[in-house]
Design a protein around this ligand. Structure first.
Ligand code: TYD
Length: 212
């Protein structure tokens, strides 16, 4: 079982993925928790390049190919071996982030990005994608506050610094892309207390793992 979590900046993915991880461990499931960008050794270098404010002049294509390089290495080095070993894999962002951010956000063709993703993942795609949805203003407020509190604005703040219009395109892009993949994608309302969001996520995951 391969589960990805997606959503706009500040949607609460990181909190929810940790809660879900713990819940699966409590049920005795072997779980691999990972993320993009930065799930492999190479990826950690790419993440620093991709998210730093100093990379503001990256072209859309350069950015795209760095994310795809991160993904190809991550799938080969971490995700495929974990699935082969029988683990549940939980991944904080995956292929849909590329379609939505580089496609709907930067203006590249989402269907071309879908094909390039297929090359990068060599058949390894999530069974379930949870898309945490909330108003852009709420998410950005949370994300920018977190960056200031954790002193991450320079090192990880490149996307948070994008225009409001960009972030509205990301939210709309997720909703549109999810509607095109109804069997795999589930939208989870995320402007609720974290425990409530966690309950909803568990209700989507548990039955698929025979834990319902
Ligand atoms: P993430 O670490 O999840 O940041 P946050 O917790 O602030 O959401 O993701 C880093 C950024 O990388 C995020 O702004 C989205 C972007 N991204 C893409 O643009 N394309 C991709 O393919 C991926 C995986 C991430």
């Amino acid at each position: 079982m391969f589960i990805s979590l997606e959503g706009i900046e500040g949607c609460g993915k990181s909190t929810q993925i940790v809660l879900l991880h713990q819940r699966l461990l409590d049920h005795g499931m072997p779980v691999t928790l990972t993320r993009e960008p930065g799930g492999s050794e190479l990826g950690r270098h790419l993440r620093a390049l991709l998210l730093h404010q100093q990379s503001a002049n990256l072209t859309a294509h350069a950015e795209l190919f760095l994310y795809l390089a991160d993904r190809a290495q991550h799938v080969a080095e971490v995700i495929k071996p974990a699935l082969t070993a029988g683990n549940v894999v939980l991944c904080d962002r995956f292929t849909d982030s590329t379609v939505v951010y580089q496609g709907y956000g930067r203006g590249l063709d989402p269907h071309l990005l879908d094909s390039l993703n297929q090359v990068a993942v060599e058949g390894c795609l999530p069974n379930l994608t949870l898309i945490l949805d909330l108003p852009v203003e709420t998410g950005l407020r949370r994300a920018r506050k977190r960056n200031v509190l954790q002193d991450l604005s320079a090192s990880e703040g490149r996307f948070e610094a994008e225009s409001l219009g960009f972030h509205h395109r990301i939210r709309a892009g997720y909703l549109l892309w999810a509607a095109l993949h109804p069997g795999r994608c589930a939208i989870v309302q995320a402007d609720l207390p974290p425990e409530k969001v966690g309950v909803k996520i568990w209700s989507l995951v548990a039955p698929r793992l025979g834990l319902g």
